[in-house]
Design a protein around this ligand. Structure first.
Ligand code: 13P
Length: 287
């Protein structure tokens, strides 16, 4: 059974570790992440962007697949199915479709409109036992057509949004989706410290987990980050392993073209990446 992310993130905050949100794209991704979480006895959050939801034919398909897979693989660690960077309409659709956690990203609205929409959605989500993540200040880079400028969130706005009864808060601290550019200045820990002080202990979310050095991850966790989102890194691992298989001509040997063989190295590569992140985030044996 899927659970909301509220309890697992409160436990993470109190235990000074972070739970990984790993974005899914298809069956292989979902299976790789669920099996790794179970093997490592770690809680896990499966992230679904609106683009990935469309790709998988809709949020209902995703919820049905994840629910069935948790059951048929005998997964017993806590699993949340979470909408990543949801629009107002997308959030409502996922609440209906059976997601157990929602991110409403109102960071591109005025703070007043972000407050109004977040307030409405938090009530709706909580009436169904679903957790809600909100965002203040856009995060840099591009993900599924959503472009942010790498802003730093204003602690006063963070205080305002976190006071709306939301369960966890994403706040820009110089983090960017996708690969970090050579000249990236790193996470802004002064900003994170101020946000942490202004938000009354609410679990904080770090987006753009791909490529953030281990020491910065650890420092972020020490300043209240309890959820870290990783997407691109699994895509890069999958692509590299698939490339190696094809370049070695393995698809041309025997039944190497069988998708169950062709996708196997990429599947194993996702598992290895998720394992590495869970170990770094400290969520192993925290189920
Ligand atoms: P990356 O793709 O940079 O890992 O970011 C993932 C993310 O923040 C999803 O919301």
């Amino acid at each position: 059974m899927l659970v909301s992310a509220t309890e697992m993130l409160k436990k993470a905050r109190d235990g000074h570790y972070a739970v990984g949100q790993f974005n899914i794209n298809n069956l292989e991704w979902t299976k790789a992440i669920l099996l790794t979480a179970q093997e490592l006895n770690s809680p896990v959050i499966l992230g679904v962007s609106e683009g990935a939801g469309k790709y998988m034919t809709g949020f209902k398909t995703v919820a049905a697949m994840v629910n069935a897979m948790v059951d048929s693989l005998g997964i017993t660690v806590p699993v949340a199915l979470h909408l990543d960077h949801g629009s107002y309409e997308g959030a409502k659709a996922c609440i209906e479709a059976g997601f157990s956690s929602i991110m409403f990203d109102g960071s591109h609205y005025s703070i007043e409109e972000n407050v109004a929409k977040t307030t409405e959605l938090v009530e709706l989500a909580h009436s169904k036992g679903i957790s809600l993540e909100a965002e203040v200040g856009s995060i840099g880079g591009e993900e599924d057509g959503v472009v942010g400028a790498g802003e730093i969130a204003d602690p006063a706005e963070c205080a305002k949004i976190s006071g709306l009864g939301i369960d966890f808060l994403a706040a820009g601290i110089g983090n960017i989706h996708g690969k970090y550019p050579e000249n990236w200045k790193g996470l802004d820990f002064e900003a994170l410290g101020k946000i942490h002080d202004a938000t009354n202990g609410i679990p904080l979310v770090l987006h753009g987990g791909t490529g953030i050095p281990a020491d910065m991850i650890k420092q972020a966790i020490s300043l209240g980050v309890s959820k870290i989102n990783v997407n691109t890194e699994c895509q890069l691992s999958f692509a590299a392993a698939t490339r190696e298989y094809i370049e070695a001509g393995k698809d041309l040997q025997g039944k190497g073209f069988d998708p169950r063989k062709l996708l196997a190295p990429g599947f194993e590569a996702i598992k290895a990446t998720v394992k590495e992140k869970m170990e770094l985030f400290g969520s192993v044996n925290k189920a």
